[in-house]
Ligand binder design. Structure first.
Ligand SMILES: [Zn+2]
Length: 135
C-alpha cells in the first residue's frame, strides 16, 4: 500500500487529488491518503506548526502500522497555507521544494524500512506534471 500526503486545496488550479489520480496512481491501485490544508509542510516546520506536525506524524505512523504502508509519497505545491504564518509567507518556490525534501528526510528517519518519495506539483494549464525531488 502507498500512502499519499498532499494539500486539500480544492481550487481547480491546485486540485492535487485529481492530478495525483491522473499522474501518480496506477489504474486500479488502492492507496491510502492524508489530504489536509498544507499537506506535508508541517513536518518541515515543526517549530512553527508544532501541533499540526505532531498530529500529521501520528496519522502517518498509524497508517504505516495499520495498513502496512510500504511507500510514503509526500507531495508539495505552491501552497497558500504558508501565508498563515508570517515567518513563512515570503518563501520562494525553491524554498517550498526544499521543504518537501526536508519532509522526505524526516520521514526516512522516522520510517527507515519504508520507501519515501517526494514530488512537487509543477503543472501548468496545459499539462499535469509532478517533479520528483531527490536529495
Ligand atoms: Zn496548499
Amino acid at each position: 500500500m502507498r500512502l499519499f500526503i498532499y494539500c486539500a486545496d480544492p481550487r481547480e488550479k491546485a486540485d492535487l487529488g485529481t492530478k495525483i489520480d491522473q499522474a501518480l496512481i496506477l489504474p486500479g491501485e488502492k492507496v491510502a491518503r492524508i489530504s489536509l490544508f498544507g499537506g506535508p509542510i508541517f513536518i518541515a516546520h515543526p517549530i512553527h506548526f508544532r501541533d499540526s506536525a505532531s498530529m500529521l506524524l501520528s496519522q502517518i505512523d498509524f497508517a504505516v502500522q495499520k495498513f502496512l504502508v510500504e511507500e510514503i509519497v509526500a507531495i508539495g505545491h505552491d501552497c497558500g497555507f504558508y501565508d498563515t504564518t508570517p515567518a513563512l509567507s515570503a518563501l520562494s518556490k525553491e524554498d517550498k521544494q526544499r521543504d518537501i525534501l526536508r519532509v522526505r528526510r524526516a520521514l526516512a528517519n522516522r520510517h527507515p524500512a519504508r520507501a519515501i518519495r517526494a514530488f512537487f506539483d509543477s503543472s501548468d494549464e496545459s499539462k499535469t506534471c509532478f517533479e520528483s525531488l531527490t536529495g
